[in-house]
Design a protein around this ligand. Structure first.
Ligand code: ADP
Length: 362
């Protein structure tokens, strides 16, 4: 016979793969009701991004039916709030602010920002992308929004409110929508920072699980100002594998550490090339293992490796993130797994903030 306590006990030992702890310790199992063979399980999760919730649901059903084949299982997932620490600051309605950074230009930071935002949205998260790359705002092009303007209103107290544009389920705002083309080259730092502040203060995003910031490449004053101006959940640093790029990653990680921003991990782009007619081969054009080495050196995760593929560039130029192409195949999966790794890191970080809050309350 199925009993609530037996079900609780079974589920309690399941491990949340992102957090590496059993559900009992995490307080995930809120309630279990059993009525004959009907089992209703109520779970509570901090930020159940679609695939986190689906994975939990799947694992719970599999475990219960493996032990009680006659059970008819229903799972309800409820979202619990974020730690107050994070709710109180930041951008209204936005749960997690993640910067995508690089020590130097041309490593594919914007391409990955576009693709990671799309992959998160594909996974059921509500996502915004703020293109703050003043030196070359490319998200309007990558999202097929080049030439569009942001809609703006004036609030009752006279403040200007901007609304992001939307494409492929991602809300996109770009400094490119408010700046003249090629203007960045002649603007000085404080003015660029001013543009950024205007974007951060005036855009109304609505409710977002994730807002990704495509930061300008480099580690100068402008990047430092932007990083300090917004309370980031963390930063993801993009690099290519060769040593010359890795020197810049080190500077980038050091910059984030200086301003107490967590580096959620490193993404290595253009890691290898797979010839379309020889899918079993991998050529490491720019060297091998550089991203992993620098990740180990700074004790941060390597979130994943993205191959070099002409379709990734073409998709960017054509205005649709590559990961959304149904033909993207294994390369699309590589990008999706990086998005999932970012979600895992964010969940871990939120969990540790939650625990430290509990400690404070006690
Ligand atoms: P960044 O933002 O770091 O300056 P971009 O995202 O603009 O770099 O990428 C630089 C160029 O490299 C672009 O033309 C882009 O399409 C191309 N690119 C980026 N990543 C890849 C990849 N994995 N495979 C092929 N081309 C890529």
């Amino acid at each position: 016979m199925v009993t609530a306590s037996a079900v609780r006990e079974l589920l309690g030992t399941l491990i949340d793969p992102d957090l590496g702890q059993p559900l009992t310790n995490l307080g995930t199992i809120h309630d279990v009701h059993v009525d004959g063979n009907r089992v209703s399980v109520y779970l509570q999760v901090v930020q159940p991004v679609h695939w986190v919730a689906r994975r939990l649901e799947h694992d719970c059903i599999a475990t219960i039916t493996a032990n009680f084949p006659q059970a008819e299982v229903e799972i309800f997932v409820r979202e619990t709030g974020l730690p107050t620490q994070q709710r109180s600051k930041g951008i209204a309605g936005v749960k997690n602010l993640v910067a995508i950074a690089s020590g130097k230009g041309g490593v594919g930071k914007s391409t990955l920002s576009a693709n990671l935002a799309a992959a998160l949205a594909q996974g059921g998260a509500t996502v915004g992308l703020l293109d703050a790359d003043v030196y070359g705002p490319s998200q309007p092009t990558m999202y097929g929004l080049a030439g569009t303007q942001m809609r703006a209103d004036r609030s009752e107290d006279g403040k200007i409110i901007g609304y992001p544009n939307e494409a492929f389920g991602v809300k996109v705002a770009s400094i490119g929508f408010v700046m003249e083309r090629d203007q960045a080259a002649i603007l000085r730092g404080p003015m660029l920072a001013g543009y950024f502040s205007t974007l951060v203060d005036q855009i109304q995003w609505g409710e977002l699980d994730f807002l990704l910031f495509d930061l300008p490449p480099g580690t100068g004053d402008i990047q430092l100002t932007m990083t300090q101006r917004i309370p980031l959940t963390g930063a993801v640093v993009v690099t290519t594998p060769q040593e010359i790029a890795l020197a810049d990653v080190r500077r980038s990680i050091q910059m984030f550490r200086k301003v107490n921003v967590d580096v959620l991990g490193i993404v290595e782009n253009m890691s290898y090339f797979v010839p379309p007619d020889m899918p079993e081969k991998r050529y490491h054009i720019f060297g091998e293992g550089g991203g992993a080495a620098v990740a180990a050196e700074y004790d941060v995760p390597l979130l994943g490796e993205v191959p070099i593929d002409v379709r990734i560039r073409e998709a960017g130029d054509d205005g649709m993130p590559f990961v959304l192409d149904p033909e993207a195949g294994a390369h699309g999966d590589a990008i999706r797994s990086i998005a999932a790794a970012i979600v895992a890191q964010v969940r871990r970080k939120n969990r540790s903030n939650e625990s430290s809050e509990l400690t404070i309350e006690l």
